[in-house]
Unconditional design. Structure first.
Length: 107
C-alpha cells in the first residue's frame, strides 16, 4: 500500500482532509492489511501463551505486540471516523443535487 493513497488525516491524524468516495477501495485495502496484521499478532500471542519459556526477550516482544494492537485500534477508529465524514459529505452533495434538480423543475 502506498502512502499516496491516503490523505494526511489517515496517516498521521494531523490534517482533517476528507476522503472522497473514490478512495473507498483504498480504505478496504488498508483494513484488510490491518486484519492480516492482527491475525499474525494473535498467532504470535498464542505461541507466547502456550510456550513454556517466557524470558525477557519474549516479554518485550509481547509488550510490543500489545502496543501495536493498540495502535491498530486507533488507526481503525480514525478510518471509521473518516469514512463517516466521507459518507456525510456524499449525502450533503446528493441533497444539494436533489435541491438543484427541484429548482430546475420549478423554473
Amino acid at each position: 500500500m502506498t502512502a499516496s493513497v491516503f490523505p494526511p488525516a489517515v496517516l498521521g491524524g494531523r490534517c482533517a482532509i476528507l476522503i472522497p468516495m473514490d478512495h473507498i477501495e483504498g480504505l478496504r485495502e488498508k483494513i484488510a492489511h490491518l486484519r492480516s496484521e492482527i491475525a499474525d499478532i494473535q498467532a504470535l500471542n498464542d505461541r507466547y501463551r502456550f510456550g513454556s519459556q517466557h524470558g525477557a526477550e519474549a516479554e518485550i516482544a509481547r509488550v510490543q505486540r500489545q502496543e501495536r494492537l493498540q495502535a491498530i485500534q486507533e488507526e481503525l477508529i480514525e478510518l471509521s471516523n473518516l469514512s463517516h465524514k466521507a459518507l456525510s459529505i456524499e449525502q450533503m452533495r446528493e441533497n444539494h443535487r436533489s435541491r438543484l434538480h427541484l429548482v430546475k423543475r420549478v423554473s
